[in-house]
Design a protein around this ligand. Structure first.
Ligand code: SF4
Length: 364
């Protein structure tokens, strides 16, 4: 059999400075072609691509830069949400369901560590089995890439991507608890004895007593992570927070999306209301001792309150500050007095009197 020379390229690794998560597609491609006996290389630039029989480029983020001319080369194939958003074509079945090559990034990772970076930054490359046991979501949130399917369904059996030599399991499922078979799948995960986590944030609105009992009784890796993206869900989210508190004292984290207008208008009224809604979600989460993690939709940069979005993210996304200081205390810290954080806060405060939100505190 003729051995062919293949380059696989993780465009996010090349184009984003702080990107630290392996690309599952190129790991599967590598696993598949190596098993066929081909020569596969993780390529870290776009030079001399004509020296390869095939070049596969994958990217997850739409704003990762790449020269369009490269995509026109005859030996190049490319794919992923970064190129096609919600219309990304599926991988061929035999590749999609192939064991990922967990050693594809080894050389690159070891070089990073040798150059002084901390091992922990690369834990997902070194310690985790990674995959989807379910796929799809029925909610179709306007800002989300997962619009391809109308339901959640079983996707891969655990054996397809579980490597028992790896310490932990990382699931990339879109909305695991929306799957009818969630219970048997969760039990399979538990039976490995390994800590596992759902990377994308779970759908808290779907929790029930039975789900909570099993989930919070599991060996979970790190903080339980959910999402609270829409203020209209406040009542339901709060009801489920009460439920969570029946089963665990741990501190869950909630992604809090802001700066996204469902109506696509982004007018002055929206920006003001969005800040208020974000504070309100933070208030609710604080009340139940949960940590908000602010996710800013890119449009926030066009907001007249851009600086307040930045301040909110700086405050919430650093739990050491969030747990000790109110928003007011954070923005007026000695270190901030002559800086942008203080200025943004004061400018906003002059326009909008949200004292109750500015002064709320975790400890209280
Ligand atoms: S619930 Fe989550 S996965 Fe589903 S569409 Fe909304 S953001 Fe996407």
């Amino acid at each position: 059999m003729i051995q062919i020379k293949i380059a696989v390229i993780d465009a996010d690794l090349i184009g984003r400075k702080s990107h630290r998560f392996p690309n599952l597609v190129i790991m599967k491609l590598s696993g598949y072609y190596k098993e066929l006996g081909d020569d596969v290389e993780l390529k870290l630039d776009y030079e001399n691509l004509d020296q390869y029989d095939k070049v596969f480029i994958s990217k997850v983020f739409t704003d990762t830069p790449i020269d369009e001319k490269i995509l026109e080369l005859p030996n190049v194939e490319y794919g992923g949400t970064g190129f096609f958003f919600d219309k990304a074509p599926d991988l061929p079945y035999e590749i999609e369901h192939h064991m990922p090559d967990y050693h594809l990034y080894d050389e690159w990772v070891y070089k990073q560590i040798e150059s002084g970076r901390k091992r922990n930054e690369f834990k997902e490359y070194l310690d985790y089995s990674i995959g989807f046991i379910t796929r799809g979501c029925f909610r179709k949130c306007g800002f989300c890439v997962n619009k391809k399917y109308d339901k959640v369904f079983k996707h891969s059996s655990l054996e397809e991507f579980y490597d028992p030599t790896r310490k932990k399991i990382c699931l990339l499922d879109d909305n695991f608890f929306g799957c009818r078979e969630w219970k048997s799948l969760l039990e399979q995960l538990q039976s490995t004895g390994k800590p596992f986590k759902f990377k994308q944030g779970m759908d808290e609105r779907l929790l029930t007593d039975e789900k909570c009992k099993i989930l919070f009784g599991s060996r979970y890796d790190g903080a339980y992570t959910f999402a609270f993206d829409n203020i209209e869900d406040a009542e339901l989210i709060e009801k489920k927070l009460l439920l969570i508190r029946k089963y665990t004292n741990k501190i869950p984290m909630f992604y809090v999306l802001c700066g996204f207008d469902n109506n696509g208008k982004y007018e002055e009224d929206f920006w003001k209301q969005d800040i208020i809604d974000t504070f309100e979600r933070i208030r609710i989460l604080m009340k139940y001792h949960c940590l908000p993690y602010i996710m800013r939709f890119n449009k926030y940069k066009e907001s007249p309150h851009r600086g307040i979005y930045i301040n909110l993210a700086r405050w919430c996304n650093q739990p050491n500050f969030f747990k000790k200081k109110s928003f007011h205390e954070f923005c007026t810290m000695k270190e901030h007095i002559n800086g942008a954080t203080y200025r943004y806060y004061n400018e906003f405060k002059k326009q909008y009197n949200l004292q109750e939100y500015f002064n709320m505190k975790w400890e209280k």
